[in-house]
Structures are given as structure tokens and as C-alpha cells.
Ligand binder design. Structure first.
Ligand code: OAD
Ligand code: ZN
Length: 229
């Protein structure tokens, strides 16, 4: 596989999903071994589940934090991090891009490493294997600052992502099934804005008309395409 010539491109966006972290050992959501195959969304990933049983939902997210902390970013994450002008728009909540050194990461679906209080508005970083506290100083339960099913995306985060993607001239989608909206609309936005669109995925999603589809794993393909950039 030849190295991709980046010299013609000025605004590069990497758009990533769960497949980006798969080779690090973080399970994807769908398909074989996917998280939603073992855990039901209704019980673990929606506001109603949290309202019904906050301890159970916090326990699930704590377990996910531990399993992510047992994983390390791979060479693909590092290749992206070595391109400081490229922007990363991710659906992932695992913080792997940041751990690899990416500075500017737009997290569409929030983060496993933040908690918020919907009673008083407190929002805090919490990076450990276990949560420092499960309740806010105001007495309410702290909630993972994650976009669950049925939640609206943060409009500010959405507009930052739309601005980055609408203005990019090279869009590289990696490891997403393209099934969850509104994120699933971003490949089409890139295409309509005239960007060159590339997909990297062992099972390509065909989410838009890509100029190039590389059937392969992120950790193998990214170093080959962009490793010498
Ligand atoms: P999915 O689990 O839906 O899709 C994972 C994609 O990664 C599939 O297209 C796989 O073919 C691909 N894949 C697997 N291994 C790969 C590898 N080594 N390299 C590259 N690609 C690989 O994950 P997402 O599309 O990210 O939302 O899911 C979108 C959203 O649904 C998530 O952000 C999450 C989930 O519910 C929330 O939790 C709100
Ligand atoms: Zn509070």
C-alpha cells in the first residue's frame, strides 16, 4: 500500500468510531463481541435506565472505564496524533485519541471520563478506575457525561464538528458502522462539501460515496497510508 500524498490537503478531519479502538482491545458496539450484544441499551444506556437504577448504570460505566484503562492506544492512534493540524471528530467516549497525544478532539458522544450533575449543573473530570464519588456535593446522583440513546447531542459540540467537517478537504472515516444519527450524516456532509472522502474499515459501511475505500484494520492501514507524514 502506497503512502497517501497529503501535500494537496490543508484541512484534514479524521472521523472515528468504535472500530478505531478495536485493536486496542476495546470492544465495538455492534457485530461479534459487541457491547450491545451483551448489555441492553434499555437497561444501561438511556436516561430512563439511570433514573430507575443509577447504581446499576454507574456500575456498568465503571466497568467500562476499567476495561478501557487496561487497553493502550495503538499505532493508528499515534499516527493521527502526529498530525497536529488534523482534527479528530470521534463518536468514541474512551479517550484513546487523547491518550495517544491528539490535542483537539471533538467528542460527539461525550466521555467516560466526565461526570455531571443535572440538578446543579456541576461537570467534572474523573479519570480513575473507580468513580471518586457517585453523588454530587448537592446530594444528587452524578451521571456519566455521555450521550445516551434518546439524548440530544450538545449543540455546541455539533456545530464545532459540522464546521470542521464542512470546511475540510480530506475526510477519513475509520471504524464506524454509520448507523447512529446524527453522526451518521457527517460522511455525506463531507462529500457534499467537496472533500476527498476515504473510508478505512474491514467491513466498509458505504455510508457515503467514498473516493477510496480501504478494507482493513485501523492499526494496520493508518501507519501504511500516513505513517511517514
Ligand atoms: P459500531 O460498533 O456500530 O461499528 C464498529 C465499526 O468498526 C464496524 O463498521 C466494524 O466493521 C468496524 N471495525 C471493527 N474492527 C475494526 C478495525 N480494527 N479497524 C477499523 N474498523 C473496524 O460502532 P460505532 O459506529 O462507533 O454511541 O457506533 C456508533 C455509536 O453507537 C457509538 O458512538 C455508541 C454506540 O451506541 C453511544 O454510546 C451514544
Ligand atoms: Zn449537583
Amino acid at each position: 500500500m502506497e503512502t497517501f500524498d497529503l501535500s494537496r490537503y490543508r484541512n484534514i478531519v479524521f472521523f472515528t468510531g468504535a472500530g478505531m479502538s478495536a485493536e486496542s482491545g476495546v470492544p465495538t458496539y455492534r457485530g461479534k463481541g459487541g457491547i450491545w450484544g451483551s448489555y441492553s441499551i434499555e437497561e444501561y444506556a438511556c436516561q430512563q435506565a439511570f433514573d430507575r437504577n443509577p447504581e446499576k448504570v454507574l456500575g456498568f460505566h465503571e466497568k467500562r472505564r476499567r476495561s478501557v484503562l487496561d487497553c493502550e492506544p495503538h499505532e493508528g492512534h499515534r499516527v493521527i496524533a502526529r498530525m497536529p493540524d488534523a482534527r479528530v471528530v470521534t463518536q468514541n467516549i474512551d479517550g484513546m485519541h487523547q491518550r495517544a497525544g491528539s490535542q483537539e478532539v471533538i467528542e460527539l458522544h461525550g466521555s467516560l471520563w466526565r461526570l455531571r450533575c443535572d440538578n446543579c449543573g456541576h461537570n467534572k473530570e474523573d479519570l480513575g478506575r473507580s468513580y471518586e464519588a457517585r453523588r454530587c456535593a448537592c446530594g444528587s446522583w452524578l451521571r456519566p457525561d455521555i450521550i445516551w440513546f434518546g439524548d440530544m447531542l450538545d449543540p455546541l459540540v455539533m456545530s464545532r464538528a459540522a464546521e470542521a467537517i464542512g470546511n475540510c478537504d480530506l475526510f477519513i472515516s475509520i471504524g464506524t458502522s454509520g448507523t447512529v444519527w446524527p453522526a451518521a450524516g457527517f460522511p455525506d456532509l463531507a462529500r457534499k462539501s467537496g472533500a476527498c472522502c476515504i473510508e478505512i474499515n474491514p467491513e466498509p459501511s458505504g455510508a457515503t460515496r467514498y473516493d477510496r475505500v480501504v478494507e482493513g484494520a485501523a492499526g494496520e492501514v493508518l501507519p501504511k497510508l500516513f505513517g511517514s507524514c
